[in-house]
Design a protein around this ligand. Structure first.
Ligand code: PHE
Length: 455
């Protein structure tokens, strides 16, 4: 327990993961979260269905995966937070600022993430209140427009995150993730089967799986790139930080491949449930799309569609609803932990404060921003554009450029050879540098430049 990342109470003890599984579980726990179940299906619905899915798969595997390997390698090599890591590997004055930008993106993303996580958590109770006849309480807790209620649940969520970061229950997180992920996949699969048997769901399946390539434009690519970075927890140093606790024995490309597959797989399943469920809800009179084909309210869409689905299932729906929203809350918690860990480890390393003080000060500071968002959830869209869709890919671009042209891919491969003995002769060693030097930075740059045309 003493060795744990999150168990370390003193500022000097940075800690490390218990086991290989510990890192993979924590990284997968960071990746799997609201991005998969709230973000991804909403983006699919908003951006032309299957066409978005295809571009998202490409950006996740071809851009996200190589950047993930890059981040973990920088973290393990230096054993530092994102700012410290760039300082350790070069004398550049600029790149530590890239780390700092990552810290800022993490702070801002966490501030809206807790509000949405609060909604997910609240909906677990909504299902219960609704069943036991506490209709008023059910209406209160499901009202995403109720500012003080939003503030309350967001605060509960943030306090839980701070407690875990200070309290040293990383074993608990590892265990929670280990149970949460198979359960989540199980619930998703059962729900998918249920939905597919409902008349009217086929329209949704077609929209999700049959691409209309004419819908692919720069706006769609920009959204897919941002979604991949967000969902894989990339571009802001979360995986530099988690990599800094990783032992030299582990195989980095293999761990990154597992995390990418788990994350993309769960997003795919969530889409397979939620897109058909949206069409079902629409045929039942719930308003989803405007006449123009755009979503009526993308931020809260998933929280309209899913409860409607659970309610339509009768008593069994309550069990599924409660289980689903509790699992989603745990998934969100393992992500908020990684978001808060970034600024906290930065403060610990660079300003020599204790873990406890750092977690409370930063956590409560971020909660203050969440309070504003609780009352103005419409701000979320702007935060997503700046810190997620622009901020994270921009971070990924600079991380790639850093490895390719400052630290050099050979040095990174050398670091990866710990835990991956035959790396020098492997296909990976030939392909990955090409991605990091050319494909990732150029693809991201192209996407960001195209975006200028969108606004
Ligand atoms: N990947 C998380 C999710 O999908 C969100 C996240 C983004 C976590 C960036 C850490 C860093 O919900």
């Amino acid at each position: 327990m003493e060795d744990n990342l999150l168990a370390s109470a003193s500022s000097t003890d940075r800690g490390s993961w218990n086991s290989k599984l510990g890192f993979i579980l924590a990284a997968a726990g960071s990746a799997v979260g609201l991005g998969n179940i709230w973000g991804f299906p909403t983006q699919v619905a908003d951006n032309g269905g299957a066409a978005f899915l295809i571009i998202y798969l490409l950006t996740s595997f071809l851009i996200g995966f190589p950047v993930m390997v890059a981040e973990i390698t920088i973290g393990r090599k230096t054993g530092k937070n994102p700012v410290g890591a760039f300082k350790a590997l070069s004398s550049s004055k600029f790149f530590p600022l890239v780390g700092l930008w990552g810290v800022i993106c993490g702070v801002m993303i966490l501030s809206f993430y807790t509000v949405i996580a609060g909604w997910a958590f609240g909906y677990a109770f909504e299902e219960i209140f609704y069943t036991i006849g506490l209709d008023q309480a059910a209406v209160w807790i499901q009202d995403v427009g109720n500012g003080s209620k939003n503030a309350l649940v967001a605060a509960v969520f943030m306090l839980a995150t701070i407690k875990i970061i200070t309290g040293g229950v990383s074993e608990g997180i590892e265990r929670a993730t280990k149970t949460m992920m198979p359960l989540l996949i199980g619930v998703l699969l059962i729900m998918i089967i249920y939905v597919l048997f409902q008349p009217g769901s086929s329209e949704g399946i077609v929209a999700y799986l049959l691409p209309d390539f004419s819908l692919i434009d720069s706006d769609l690519i920009f959204s897919a790139m941002g979604q991949s970075f967000f969902s894989l927890s990339l571009g802001m140093g979360a995986l530099i930080t988690y990599g800094s606790y990783l032992s030299k024995k582990e195989n980095i490309p293999q761990a990154a491949a597992f995390v990418t597959l788990a994350d993309v797989g769960i997003a795919f399943l969530a889409g397979l449930l939620i897109i058909p469920a949206m069409y079902l809800a629409q045929s039942n009179g719930v308003e989803i799309f405007k006449d123009s084909g755009q979503l009526i309210d993308s931020t809260t869409l998933v929280f309209t569609v899913l409860p409607a689905l659970f309610h339509s299932m009768g008593t069994i729906g309550v069990i599924f609803g409660v289980t689903f929203f509790l699992l989603l809350s745990i998934a969100a918690l393992t992500s908020t932990i990684s978001l808060l860990e970034v600024p906290v480890s930065y403060a610990i390393d660079e300003y020599n404060v204790t873990r406890k003080k750092s977690a409370w000060t930063i956590g409560l500071g971020i909660l203050a921003i969440s309070m504003v968002i609780a009352f103005r959830p419409d701000f979320i869209d702007y935060f997503v554009i700046v810190f997620n869709n622009i901020g994270l890919p921009a971070g990924g671009f600079l991380i790639s450029v850093f490895i390719a042209y400052i630290w050099k891919t050979d040095n990174a491969l050398e670091e990866m050879s710990h835990g991956f003995a035959g790396i020098k002769e492997s296909l990976f060693a030939k392909v990955w540098p090409v991605f990091i030097k050319y494909i990732c930075p150029l693809a991201i740059l192209y996407t960001l430049i195209q975006m200028i045309g969108i606004f």
